[in-house]
Design a protein around this ligand. Structure first.
Ligand code: NAD
Ligand code: ZN
Length: 379
């Protein structure tokens, strides 16, 4: 490519200050250095994590910054030492990574890469501690190694998953974060046997994806639990067969679920981030075989309390990060699930805006409208 090795000038949505609307600016994007790739982003979407760090309430503020981590794009050029991907390859950027060399990457069980695991405070590249974005020579910081709210971005090669070039990037871009997290929590971690009963706590994007995972696994009953009943209608499309609103009952939701299911659900997946829901999700599984999986990110002071007898009675509690998917190894297969029409991605996409109107995606999320809003970089 004629741009390889040169600085690219392009548009990016820059967050100058916490909580202030993003502003579209011309930025300079430096060429990728060793083990880095420069990616032309075609589609990106907004996830809650972008909003948390943009609001920076209780988070380390790092500004000016380019947010964005759910996206799809094409490799423009690669730095020294990159052999796994080449210009023209279609990729999904990922907020965590897979170096393929550390003990976690070498373990068949873990996806928590030592080198590239999510770091929300770092605003620079791992290689040289510098940013690849600048405006008039002033650095603009990166976000979780991806910064996809830019027409071009630079990433560590371990943070891009090379996917089937036939996969429509305007759809599969949403598989690079929340959807895979929920899907993998059910399919890879909870592993519901065919015909089982699964409870999903929290019916946001992650919980709906967990429900989709239960549907794909062949669960016969999928019980959605949420405090917000407006979620229930939508959740039917994701396989939820029944709903429980804890506010409608004057007994603990664990008891409500036990009564509905002859003693407890076979599997539960917690996607709320609320500590009470986490405890309920564990205590509602059937003794003898029940497995609960925690996905939500709790408040920093939260403590999980339950009676140890709940474990002795052969209930299992697990937690998961990014649905236990190894980004480079496993994400291409998640895309294939969509290509084979087993995973339905379209129903997660409720809105779409051109890049110039990216702040509308933030407004929609603030109002709790829809599930995913695709931001189109080109039109
Ligand atoms: P969301 O805010 O869209 O959805 C959460 C839902 O939970 C809401 O519908 C809310 O009404 C419901 N809820 C809240 N408290 C509840 C309670 N006590 N009982 C029942 N329902 C309750 O969020 P999301 O984007 O779907 O994300 C869900 C969680 O997953 C968040 O905590 C997020 O940080 C986390 N997450 C974890 C990972 C990971 O790798 N572990 C990755 C991405 C996101
Ligand atoms: Zn690693």
């Amino acid at each position: 490519m004629e741009t390889a090795g040169k600085v690219i000038k392009c548009k990016a949505a820059v967050a100058w200050e916490a909580g202030k609307p993003l502003s579209i600016e011309e930025v300079e994007v430096a060429p990728p250095q060793a083990m880095e790739v420069r990616v032309k982003i075609l589609y990106t979407s907004l996830c809650h994590t972008d909003v948390y760090f943009w609001e920076a309430k209780g988070q380390t503020p790092v500004f000016p910054r380019i947010f964005g981590h759910e996206a799809g794009g094409i490799i423009e050029s690669v730095g020294e030492g990159v052999t796994d991907v080449a210009p023209g390859d279609h990729v999904l950027p990922v907020f965590t990574g897979e170096c393929k060399e550390c003990p976690h990457c070498k373990s068949a069980e873990s996806n928590m890469c030592d080198l590239l695991r999510i770091n929300t405070d770092r605003g620079v590249m791992i290689g040289d501690g510098k940013s690849r974005f600048s405006i008039n020579g002033k650095p603009i910081y990166h976000f979780v190694g991806t910064s996809t709210f830019s027409e071009y971005t630079v990433m560590h090669v371990g943070c891009v998953a090379k996917i089937n070039p036939e996969a429509p990037l305007d759809k599969v871009c949403i598989l690079s974060c929340g959807i895979s997290t929920g899907l993998g929590a059910t399919i890879n971690v909870a592993k519901p046997p065919k015909g089982s009963t699964v409870a999903i706590f929290g019916l946001g994007a992650v919980g709906l994806a967990a429900a989709e995972g239960a549907r794909i696994a062949g669960a016969s009953r999928i019980i959605g639990v949420d405090l917000n009943p407006s979620r229930f209608e939508e959740a039917r499309k994701f396989g939820c067969t029944e709903f429980v609103n804890p506010k409608d009952h004057n007994k603990p939701v664990q008891q409500v679920l036990a009564e509905m299911t002859n003693g407890g659900v076979d599997r539960s997946v917690e996607c709320t981030g609320n500590i009470n829901a986490m405890i309920q999700a564990f205590e509602c599984v059937h003794d003898g075989w029940g497995v609960a999986v925690l996905v939500g990110v709790p408040h920093k002071d939260a403590e999980f309390k339950t009676h140890p007898m709940n474990f002795l009675n052969e209930r299992t509690l697990k937690g998961t990060f990014f649905g236990n998917y190894k980004p480079r190894t496993d994400l291409p297969n998640v895309v294939e699930l969509y290509m084979k029409k087993e995973l339905e991605v379209e129903k997660f996409i409720t809105h779409s805006v051109p890049f110039a109107e990216i702040n509308k995606a933030f407004d929609l999320m603030a109002k709790g409208e829809g599930i995913r809003c695709i931001i189109r970089m080109e039109n």
